[in-house]
Design a protein around this ligand. Sequence first.
Ligand SMILES: *Cc1c(COP(=O)(O)O)cnc(C)c1O
Length: 364
Amino acid sequence: MERVYNFSAGPATLPVPVLKQVQEELLSYKGSGMSVMELSHRSALFQEIIDSAEKLLRELMDIPDHYKVLFLQGGASLQFSMVPLNLAHGKKIEFVNTGSWSKKAISEAKKLPNVLTSVIASSEDRNFSYIPDIPAPSKDAAYLHITANNTIEGTAIFNVPKTGDVPLVADMSSNILASQYDVNDFGLIYAGAQKNIGPAGLTIVIVREDLIGGSENLPSMLDYKIMADDGSMHNTPPTFSIYVAKLVFEWIKAQGGVSGMEALNRRKAGLLYSYIDESNLFSSPVVPAVRSLTNIPFTTGDAELDKAFIKEAFEKGFVNLKGHRSVGGMRASLYNAFPLEGVEELVAFMKDFAHSHEGGKVHV
Ligand SMILES: *Cc1c(COP(=O)(O)O)cnc(C)c1O
C-alpha cells in the first residue's frame, strides 16, 4: 500500500504502526468479538483503555496528581468558551494575541455575558510573524491565555511567561507532546487531538484541580467539575478516538517520550528551515527565534509559482502543502508522526524545483 507524505495541519498523519495495530484489532478487540467502536463505554475493556490513556499521558507530560486529565469533545474551539465559563468567575481575562486561533479564542470569550477581556500583548502589527514580549498579567485577572503554537502563522511560545498567582491557560492544539513544557507552569492546557494525538473528535484538557468547580448553573456538558467527577464519562465519550490516542501515547513512549519527539522534531524542522534560509527561491516569513517546530510556512514570494510548486509536489506524493487560505504560500506541518525521510525528500524536491524555476522562470 502506497502512503503519501501528508503535510496536513490537521487532521494529520498518524504513525503507521498505530494504524496497523488499529487494523489488526478492528474486528475483534482483545478476543471480545467486537470492535472498539462497538464496545460499551461502561465495559471493563473500555475502562482499561481510557485508564491507560490517562496514565500514559500523565507519564509522557509528567502531569502532577493535583491536575485532572479530561477527555472531552467539541474540539479546541469549544474550549474557547468552556475555559471562560469555568474559570472567569466574573473577573477579567487577559489574552496574548499571536494569530488566528488566539483571535478566535478572544472573540468567543467576548460573546459570553459577564466576561471582560483584554489583550495585553499582540503581534498583529507585523502579521503575527513574531512573538511579542508578554508583560505580567494584572493581579486581578482570572487567567492569562496564550496560544502555545500558532498553527497557521508558524510561530511558537517556547518561553512560557511566569504569571505568578494568575493561572496561565494554553491552547496547545498543535504542539502538545511535540515540545517539552512543564505542566506546573500552567493552570490549564487544552488541545484538539487531530494534530498530534489521534483522530478528530477528542479534546484533551489538563486542569489544576483547585481551578474547577464553583461556577453555578453551568450546563453539565460544559462543566469541568462534572466531567472530572464522572471520569470523562458523563455521557458517551469519543471511544474510538480515545483508543487511538492511547496507541499513539504508547508509540510516543517507545520513541523516547516527549524529549525524544522534541529532538526529532528539531532535526526535521531544522532541515527544512536551513534549506529555506539558504535558498534563493524560498523564504520564511517568521522570525527565527520563535519558529514553530510543527508548522512551517514558506513561500516563493510569487503566488503563481507557489501554485506550481504545490501542484508539482502533489504529483510527487507530497500532499497538503498549501498554506492556510488566510496567509497563502505553503505550509509543511511536521507533527510527531511525520517521518524524517519525508522532510529529507521534500528538501531534495525543493532543490530540484528551485533549480528549474530560478528567478521565477521555467527553464527547459
Ligand atoms: C486547530 C486548532 C484549533 C481548532 O481546533 P478544533 O479542534 O478544530 O476546534 C484551535 N487552536 C489551535 C492552536 C489549533 O491549531
